[in-house]
Design a protein around this ligand. Structure first.
Ligand SMILES: [Zn+2]
Length: 246
């Protein structure tokens, strides 16, 4: 039994399949991450081939069969293709880093409306250049890690519960969490967090305004995120998009 269903989706990836078709990975509001085949999608005249392209925000109609791993796409139209992101290399880099994370760290066919909402929202903020791409990426990744069960806790020391840790040199233990200066002495630090980095992460997490940002801090934050995910997710190979756009 197959049924005809509609959903909204962000296109994560698209690959060629056979001489004529494409297979795309989509993150949808109704079904979470799914794969669809676009029959005839490689034909330049194919309507859907153009619309179903990475980063695009689309409406889809599919013939859905529970037992099938790849669903058949029967209709698609565009909600937004985020034109401003595509005109700026740095925005592209971070937009691709975001869809790469969603592609690699979410399970197939598990709907999660908040992740879908967060994903469409962050792409639209990137498109409007509301903040620097690296800042929007940082805000998204902290939200996303929380939603998939790997929250980075930054509000207090994970051992003694001390708060007010701004401007201090701290440590991060990937299993326990944040370590204050005292607790670092008795617990293993997996990652040292300098005051500048901590202040930045704290602002990202608490949605505070960030007025200045150096390349050094961006790099340190991205390295921290990657190392943190690597610890929790086996076979995670880093965020390739952060490298391939340089
Ligand atoms: Zn402590």
């Amino acid at each position: 039994m197959s049924e005809i269903v509609k959903a909204e989706a962000i296109v994560l990836t698209k690959i060629n399949y056979s001489d004529t078709s494409n297979i795309a990975s989509l993150y949808t509001d109704e079904f979470g991450k799914i794969s669809v085949i676009i029959k005839g999608g490689r034909n330049p005249k194919s309507k859907f081939g153009m619309i179903v392209d990475p980063l695009n925000y689309i409406n889809i109609i599919i013939y859905k069969k529970e037992t099938r791993e790849v669903q058949l796409l029967s209709g698609a139209d565009l909600i937004s293709h985020f034109p401003n992101i595509k005109e700026d290399l740095n925005s592209m880099k971070y937009a691709y880093a975001i869809i790469e994370l969603v592609k690699n760290l979410t399970p197939e066919s598990e709907p999660h409306k908040l992740i879908f909402k967060g994903l469409t929202r962050i792409l639209s903020l990137l498109d409007q250049s509301r903040e620097k791409p690296e800042i929007l990426f940082g805000r998204f990744i902290l939200f996303f890690l929380k939603e998939i069960g790997y929250e980075i806790q930054l509000n207090k020391c994970s051992i003694c519960n001390k708060t007010g840790l701004k401007n201090k040199s701290l440590g991060y233990n990937y299993e326990r969490g944040l370590l204050c200066d005292d607790c670092r002495k008795e617990n293993i630090t997996n990652y040292s967090i300098e005051p500048e980095l901590f202040n930045y992460l704290f602002c990202l997490k608490n949605n505070e305004q960030i007025s200045s940002l150096t390349e050094k801090i961006t790099k340190a934050a991205n390295n921290f995120f990657e190392a943190y995910i690597q610890f929790h997710v086996t076979n995670f190979k880093g965020i390739q998009s952060l490298r391939s756009f340089n």
